[in-house]
Write a protein that binds this ligand. Structure first.
Ligand code: ADP
Ligand code: MG
Length: 297
C-alpha cells in the first residue's frame, strides 16, 4: 500500500475507535488465520459478581465474609474486588474497615493468603488448596462441578486449613461476543480461548460462545508459548487481551490487540487498541487492513 493509503487506513481506524500503532499491524491484520482470545475481561465483561456462598461446617456467613474480605482487600484481582464488594453488604458502614491482614501474600493465578484475627486464611482455586495440602471435601468437589457447569468460578476459603466456605462468582459474556466468534468462523478465522481460570468454567464459557479450542489454567508465559506454537504451525496469529497476564502473548502475536479498558501494560504491548472495548472491532480491524492492502494488488 502507498503511504497515503496507510494513512487513510489508520485514520479511518482512529475515527472508529480502532487505534493502529504501525504499518505492520495494519498489513498483517487481514492475513490473520487464527485469533487467541483471553477470557476474563476480553470475552467476558471482566467484572465478576458473587452469586452464591456455600458454608461448610459451622461457619457463620458474616464471619466467613469478613475474614475473606480482609484478605482479598489487598488484591487487585477482579475476583477479589467482587468478594469485597459483596461482603460490604453485611456491614453497617459503607466503607467498612476490615480486620488487619498480616503476612499477606498473593499467588498469581491461584489466590491469596494472610493471617487475620490470628487465623490463617487461604482464598483461591482448587490448586491453591492442593498446593497447601488442604483436604477438599467431596461435598465441595461436587459443588465445584455444578458451579463450573454454570460457567461460574468457585473460590475456596480455608480457615486454619479447613475448607470453610466456597464463594462463586459469575462474569457474564460481553454482548455480541457470540456473534463475533460466528462471523470469524464464516471468515475462516479460527478462534481459540486461553485463560488462567479452571477447565470446567472455561469449557462452559467456550460452549456458550461457540469456541471449540480452549486452553485453561494457563500461566502468562504459556499464553505467549501457545501463540508461538500456532505461528510455528503456519498460522498468522492475532491475540486479544486486556491483562498484565496477556502482555507477553500480545507481544509474541503477529497482531496484538488490547481492549481499551484493559491495563496500561496490555495497551502498551499491543499493536492495535480497541478503544470502544467492543469485540466487533476485531473484525473492523481486519476489514480495514483488507481494504487498505487490496487497493495495491
Ligand atoms: P483469570 O483472570 O483469567 O481468571 P488468573 O490467572 O488471574 O486468571 O487467575 C486464575 C484463577 O486463580 C482465577 O480464576 C481464580 O480462581 C484464582 N485467583 C486468582 N487470584 C485470586 C484472588 N485474588 N482471589 C481468589 N482467587 C483468585
Ligand atoms: Mg483478562
Amino acid at each position: 500500500a502507498t503511504p497515503t493509503a496507510m494513512m487513510v487506513g489508520t485514520g479511518v481506524g482512529a475515527s472508529q475507535g480502532v487505534l493502529i500503532k504501525g504499518g505492520r499491524a495494519l498489513e498483517f491484520a487481514h492475513k490473520v488465520s487464527c485469533i487467541v482470545f483471553d477470557k476474563t475481561g476480553t470475552l467476558t465483561i471482566g467484572k465478576p459478581v458473587v452469586v452464591n456462598v456455600k458454608l461448610m461446617n459451622t461457619t457463620v456467613l458474616e464471619e466467613l465474609l469478613e475474614l475473606t474480605a480482609a484478605t482479598e482487600v489487598n488484591s487487585e484481582h477482579p475476583v477479589a474486588k467482587a468478594i469485597v464488594e459483596y461482603a460490604k453488604q453485611f456491614k453497617k458502614e459503607q466503607n467498612p474497615l476490615w480486620p488487619e491482614a498480616q503476612e499477606f501474600i498473593s499467588i498469581p493465578g491461584h489466590g491469596v493468603e494472610a493471617i487475620v484475627k490470628n487465623k490463617k486464611i487461604i482464598v483461591g482455586n482448587k490448586s491453591l488448596m492442593m498446593n497447601n495440602d488442604i483436604e477438599i471435601p467431596r461435598e465441595v468437589e461436587m459443588f465445584l462441578v455444578d458451579a463450573e457447569g454454570m460457567a461460574q468460578t468457585a473460590v475456596l476459603v480455608a480457615i486454619d486449613r479447613m475448607v470453610s466456605g466456597v464463594v462463586t462468582v459469575s462474569d457474564p459474556l460481553k454482548p455480541g461476543t457470540k456473534e463475533v466468534i460466528s462471523i470469524l468462523k464464516a471468515m475462516e478465522v479460527k478462534s481459540i480461548m486461553i485463560t488462567g481460570d479452571n477447565w470446567g468454567t472455561a469449557n462452559s464459557i467456550a460452549k456458550e460462545v461457540g469456541i471449540e479450542t480452549i486452553i485453561a489454567e494457563a500461566k502468562p508465559q504459556q499464553k505467549a508459548e501457545e501463540v508461538k506454537n500456532l505461528q510455528t504451525a503456519g498460522h498468522t496469529v492475532a491475540m486479544v487481551g486486556d491483562g498484565i497476564n496477556d502482555s507477553p502473548a500480545l507481544v509474541a502475536a503477529d497482531v496484538g490487540m488490547a481492549i481499551g479498558a484493559g491495563t496500561d501494560i496490555a495497551i502498551e504491548a499491543a499493536d492495535i487498541v480497541l478503544m470502544k472495548n467492543d469485540l466487533q472491532d476485531v473484525i473492523t480491524a481486519i476489514h480495514l487492513s483488507r481494504k487498505t492492502f487490496a487497493k495495491i494488488r
